[in-house]
Design a protein around this ligand. Structure first.
Ligand code: ZN
Length: 562
């Protein structure tokens, strides 16, 4: 029996899969909705006898190792490590050598390096470094929990790894060394960065005195993807699951400080904003997320950036702003009560408005308008109507504005965006697109019905000639020479590609949106012309104006009175 077979034989697939999916008993097996594709009837089967969890529809899943790899999005070596630990099977370095697995070696080297650095900081000659951490308020217990260390000897680690049988090339490739044999992190306090499963995949070295750079990080490698790692998550995940919330902070010191203060659902991102990969990891455990990034300019930028990534993720998001723009580490050192600050956390809208209020006076109308313009840009990304409704109500309340007005404002803003997006994406004029739809789908009658202007009225619209030509083409064949046929083939192809997966009804709706947009353009122009041509105080103006309003009503366009 191979080691992986031995490990799998000791893992109960029903128990393992049960941590991720809800299953129902069906005979000797269990059935569940597939976690790998979206479906309405269960085609995912868990067989305790075969020790298999497999989807008969999308063919994902398999034995315990394969299942874990796919559901956790991890590689073989990592899944094996996790399950070996659960099964109580010891993995030896040789195992990876047999398989020719490179990553196994890297994991092992990082594990050995972690232990080495951790031993180093406890050596008597490095007492000063230990004191440095203690002075920064880090307890012995925390040092052990996070396996903090020190690199006090530039060459010893390399020698130790060689002794363990790793080749020189493999050791150099680990990213821990510069050149042959010299520890890259020499003279620095070491923060091991572990992955989800608790295996060290990289290091951060922090300088204790003066010098540059203050922090030195491992390079990206086969096992270290910076934008997917949350510092301390392996230690935080059980609390995250229990308390059903996670706190995101910046960097290692803040994470360590919060854990030491008993807030063990804190995790760190390294310098950048929260990524989609981070979010996917978090969502497996909880739907409630607190952002507590630094209070300085960069931290606020990172908060905005993180919020952008959090749109439409179906999460409850709160932002903790600590007093005096402190970071969590400083705040705790000044005896602050972090849990009290969590209670005061802001919703994203309240955060946007709070930040906006630094620039504008939101008690005045001009300030309200300016902030609303910024909020609209944020709201345009949100798809869920319930979410939008909650946000609009909140904005109305804080800015003291009617939600009706906000809604209609937002609606016209979004419509305009849709058209602009279409234009930007396709690179064609709206009128060209309309022509393309008519030619492709035979929407000619529909166009005549919904377009409220004659070709003559429309002459003032840029590139209106396209539709005009089309109409003339219908009438007499000769006029069609004006149309650039190559360009229209390109337009048709682009529309076909874009609509390939859409139902006929949806295509009709898309077409009508375009037609209505041109209706509006014509209408706006007609309104301007009317004002320019006729004395607004005359009876004639009133009559024509009324007629125009009726026309607008038929088109479904809102008109401002007066
Ligand atoms: Zn499936």
């Amino acid at each position: 029996m191979s080691i992986s077979q031995e490990i799998e034989s000791k893992i109960n697939i029903v128990e393992l899969a049960g941590r991720y999916i809800q299953m129902k008993k069906a005979g000797v097996n269990y059935k569940a909705l597939c976690p790998f594709h979206s479906e309405k009837t269960a085609s995912f089967v868990i067989s305790p006898v075969k020790n298999l969890a497999y989807c008969f529809s999308c063919h994902h899943g398999g034995g315990p190792i394969r299942f874990l790899m796919e559901i956790e999005k991890i590689e073989f070596g990592e899944a094996l490590h996790i399950l070996a630990k659960e099964a109580g099977v010891e993995l030896k370095t040789d195992y990876y050598k047999e398989r020719g697995e490179k990553t196994g070696d890297i994991y092992d080297m990082h594990r050995i390096a972690t232990d080495f650095y951790h031993e180093e900081i406890k050596r008597e000659e490095n007492n000063e470094k230990l004191n440095y951490l203690m002075k920064r308020g880090i307890s012995q217990e925390t040092i052990d929990r996070f396996k903090l260390g020190y690199s006090g000897n530039p060459r010893e680690l390399f020698a130790r790894l060689k002794d363990k049988g790793f080749t020189e090339q493999a050791i150099i490739d680990s990213g821990i060394f510069v050149g042959p044999g010299r520890d890259k992190f020499y003279g620095r306090i070491i923060f091991p960065i572990a992955n989800f499963a608790g295996h060290t995949v990289a290091f951060t070295g922090r300088i204790t005195g003066t010098g540059e750079p203050k922090y030195l990080n491992s390079p990206v490698s086969d096992i270290f993807n910076k934008s997917a790692i949350l510092y301390g998550f392996h230690l935080a995940k059980s609390t995250v699951a229990k308390e059903q919330s996670v706190i995101i902070v910046e960097g290692q010191m803040d994470t360590v400080a919060l854990h030491q203060a008993g807030i063990t659902n804190a995790v760190g991102i390294s310098g950048t904003a929260l990524t989609k990969e981070h979010i996917a990891l978090i969502k497996r455990f909880t739907k409630k997320l607190y952002l507590c990034l630094d209070g300085d300019k960069a931290g606020i930028e990172a908060t905005f950036k993180s919020l952008e990534n959090l749109y439409n993720e179906d999460l409850d998001i709160y932002i903790i702003s600590l007093p005096d723009a402190k970071d969590p580490d400083e705040f705790l050192k000044s005896w602050g009560d972090f849990r009290e600050e969590m209670k005061k956390a802001l919703t994203p809208i309240a955060f946007y408005i709070k930040e906006g209020a630094k620039k504008y006076n939101i008690t005045e109308m001009t300030g309200k308008k300016a902030i609303w313009e910024e909020l609209k840009k944020m709201l345009k990304h949100i798809k869920n109507p319930i979410e939008i409704d909650a946000y609009i109500r909140e904005i109305g309340k804080i800015l003291d504005l009617s939600t009706d007005v906000l809604y209609s404002e937002l609606k016209s803003f979004r419509e305009k965006r849709v058209i602009e997006d279409v234009k930007k994406k396709s690179g064609f004029e709206v009128t060209e697109l309309i022509t393309g739809y008519i030619r492709l789908y035979g929407f000619f009658d529909l166009f005549l019905e919904k377009f409220q202007y004659t070709t003559q009225d429309g002459m003032f619209i840029p590139s209106f000639f396209v539709i005009k030509n089309l109409l003339e083409e219908r009438g007499s064949k000769e006029a069609s020479d004006d149309i650039d046929h190559d360009r229209f083939s390109a337009i048709e192809l682009s529309i076909e590609e874009e609509n390939a997966m859409l139902s006929h009804d949806t295509i009709v709706l898309k077409f009508l949106e375009l037609v209505n947009y041109v209706n509006k353009l014509c209408f706006e122009q007609e309104k301007k012309n009317l004002l320019a041509d006729i004395d607004p105080n005359s009876d004639e103006y009133m009559i024509q104006r009324h007629a125009l309003q009726e026309k607008a009503k038929n088109m479904g366009i809102k008109v401002n009175r007066g």
